[in-house]
Design a protein around this ligand. Structure first.
Ligand SMILES: Cc1cc2nc3c(=O)[nH]c(=O)nc-3n(C[C@H](O)[C@H](O)[C@H](O)COP(=O)(O)OP(=O)(O)OC[C@H]3O[C@@H](n4cnc5c(N)ncnc54)[C@H](O)[C@@H]3O)c2cc1C
Length: 244
């Protein structure tokens, strides 16, 4: 999973500490929880008046309960900018009592604090999205937005998960992308999906054009290895969009 960093940076927009300090905070109430997988829910919250974000951007999020207020975690907006609510799609780590575990027991009306949207990945043109697990969240926002604009075109998503049950928004991605939604399942013998790790051999076999945009988001090791492979296969660093 992506690590929390005090200063958010993205492929193209770097945010310095001054910009972070000037982010405004908003209190929002929980409207609805939608279950997505065995450990992922979408949380829809009130949208502050005039709040804006670009699909792919994130916020600093905290739970407004005693003892939790200062536990800020970055989460990505997964709804559309035109929605009258904000949505986050969050994987819970239940192995320790952190924010994502706590969120599972949240109730309608619970209050959270979010910051202005910052940094993160944004759409730079048609290309290939490569996601590992909950790293897909910025791509949910971007692809939903493209779909809304009728501009999904030939964008392709390679989505790597351990098991089929881990695939977030399976139906929605299939509906949006058709054959351009390609699942990779790494730890489920007998799966009907591709099973090979996304590495240089995989990329070479499955991608012909390395001059298009590449969007990479997953655990740090996943990002580092895939970005290196893409460059070695001819992708220009300027066409790589990722969290630094
Ligand atoms: C820009 C950005 C955007 C993000 N967007 C999303 C998003 O949209 N959706 C999403 O699901 N995630 C997203 N993440 C990741 C998300 O921020 C983290 O998963 C979240 O902060 C974890 O918070 P936590 O308090 O539950 O866990 P933390 O306590 O912060 O722990 C994080 C990791 O350490 C492990 N860990 C820590 N302490 C212990 C312990 N005592 N015992 C066992 N394991 C431990 C956890 O298993 C977990 O893997 C994003 C990250 C970044 C950087």
């Amino acid at each position: 999973m992506r690590k929390i960093k005090p200063i958010a940076k993205s492929g193209y927009i770097n945010f310095d500490i001054q910009q972070k300090i000037h982010l405004m905070s908003y209190t929002v109430g929980l409207l609805e929880i939608i279950n997505r997988t065995h450990n992922v829910n979408s949380y829809r919250v009130e949208k502050p008046k005039g709040f804006i974000f670009t699909p792919g951007q994130a916020t600093d999020f905290s739970i407004l309960k005693t003892g939790w207020e200062n536990e800020k975690r970055p989460f990505t907006f997964t709804g559309l900018p035109s929605d009258d609510y904000l949505e986050f799609t969050i994987k819970s780590y239940d192995d320790h009592p952190g924010v994502t575990h706590y969120l599972r027991s949240a109730r309608k009306g619970d209050k959270f604090e979010i910051s202005d949207a910052w940094g993160a990945i944004s759409y730079k043109g048609e290309g290939v999205f490569i996601a590992g697990g909950a790293g897909v969240t910025p791509f949910i926002a971007i692809l939903r937005f493209l779909k809304q604009q009728n501009k999904i075109e030939n964008n392709k998503l390679f989505f790597s998960n351990k098991t089929e049950d881990d695939i977030i928004l399976h139906e929605e991605f299939t509906e949006m992308l058709g054959n351009n939604f390609i699942n990779i399942i790494t730890r489920q013998p007998g799966t009907k999906y591709l099973t090979s790790k996304i590495d240089k051999t995989f990329l070479k076999k499955n991608i012909t054009d390395f001059s298009q945009s590449f969007y990479v988001c997953g655990p740090d090791a996943f990002n580092t290895a895939i970005l290196k492979d893409l460059e070695e296969l001819g992708a220009h660093p300027d066409t790589l969009v990722f969290e630094k």
